[in-house]
Design a protein around this ligand. Structure first.
Ligand code: TXA
Ligand code: MG
Length: 339
């Protein structure tokens, strides 16, 4: 199949919408990461997404809307808490899990009786959904297991020849996938942390949000049973070996230097990812950095961990998966000069 590369003109968005309407696959930009879209209500179309990505078919997709009215097609009940959250954060990088309506094909929701819905803020994404005249199911537009794509070129690296078209938009502003918040029980539960943090959510609703406990466990833990099916798979992995250094801040730089030198002496090409405390920048560039380092043929990536708070926690969630939980803890450095 030849994948059309569509610049972001009005005519091209119309061509892309036509492809969606006729059951094809189009990758498109959103503010978080690029999505791989199909008509959410057409099961043949959404079925093709699993094949194009090589994705396990029990992993449900996020359904994207451009207008709040489309919720009626998808969700059974929308609580007042849900409405408050939608008003506060939509359009934007947060997805809500709601009870699904019958007419959402079970292949779109991986067999679950719930549906994850998001209204993106990206103008191109919303224009595409509007012109397609149907909600668009879209996982991230990467091959399953690879880092999510945050540029059109990253999408092509994985999807050229596998899908009908790519809308060649700008690099994504946020850079990590949306926050996924389960609203199907009384207490909202964060299934996947993202740009919109627990603190942001708790500011606008009365009940306190919780995190899915599995977010704090390694997959090897017996109790690791994430409520979001996608969180259980190996994810975001670069080809290079990837280690994270965490712990005492002074110790980290020294430990990185030592590890780098040792690996280089053994003939490896080594690169260090250091974002300091800039979690916005880390979110924006982390996935792109992994892909760049793979293209450069790096053997070992060493990253300094971010403070696991707010957006830093969301980035660390991705980083730990990417590194397959290969984390080195550095103890407090002893300062011999003070007696
Ligand atoms: O930012 C994003 O969310 C991007 C852009 C394209 O919108 N999409 C994205 O989709 O990251 P994907 O498929 O890569 O991740 C969707 C996550 C998965 O972890 C999946 O298991 C979870 O959302 N999910 C989808 N539907 C669900 C449901 N009904 N219940 C629980 N988790 C659900
Ligand atoms: Mg994904």
């Amino acid at each position: 199949m030849i994948t059309k590369k569509l610049d972001t003109t009005k005519e091209n968005i119309e061509i892309a919408a036509q492809i969606i309407r006729s059951g094809g696959l189009v990758a498109f930009p959103t503010e978080t990461v690029y999505g791989l879209g199909a008509d959410a209500l057409n099961e043949t179309a959404t079925g093709k997404i699993y094949a194009a990505k090589g994705r396990p078919s029990d992993n449900p997709m996020i359904v994207h809307i451009s207008d709040i009215k489309e919720l009626e097609l998808l969700a059974e009940e929308v609580s007042s808490t849900a409405k408050t959250l939608m008003e506060a954060f939509w359009p934007g990088p947060i997805t809500f899990v709601l009870k699904k309506k019958e007419n959402v094909p079970s292949i779109t929701t991986g067999g679950l009786n719930t549906v994850a819905v998001r209204m993106p803020s990206d103008e191109i994404a919303r224009e595409l959904i509007k012109k397609s005249k149907t909600p668009i199911a879209a996982p991230s537009a990467n091959l399953s297991g690879k880092p999510s794509p945050t540029t059109a070129m990253d999408v092509l690296e994985d999807m050229d020849g596998r899908i009908d078209a790519v809308i060649m938009g700008e690099p994504c502003l946020v850079g990590i996938e949306s926050t996924v918040l389960d609203l199907t029980s009384d207490i909202p539960v964060i299934l996947r942390p993202g740009y919109i943090t627990k603190e942001d959510i708790d500011k606008v609703i009365e009940v306190k949000t919780e995190f899915d406990g599995s977010l704090f466990m390694k997959p090897s833990n017996e109790e690791f049973k994430p409520k979001s099916p996608g969180m259980k798979y190996k994810h975001y992995a670069p080809k290079a070996e990837f280690k994270i250094i965490t712990g005492n801040i002074k110790g980290i730089s020294k430990a990185i230097e030592e590890l780098k030198e040792k690996a280089e002496n053994e003939g490896n090409k080594v690169e260090v990812l250091y974002y300091g405390e800039d979690s916005e920048k880390a979110a924006k560039t982390f996935f792109a950095d992994l892909r760049r380092l793979d293209r450069d043929g790096v053997d070992l990536i060493i990253a300094a961990s971010l403070k696991p708070e707010g957006l830093g926690f969301s980035v660390m969630n991705r980083m730990m998966k990417s590194a397959g939980y290969d984390i080195i803890y550095v103890e407090e450095e002893k300062d011999d000069s003070i007696s």
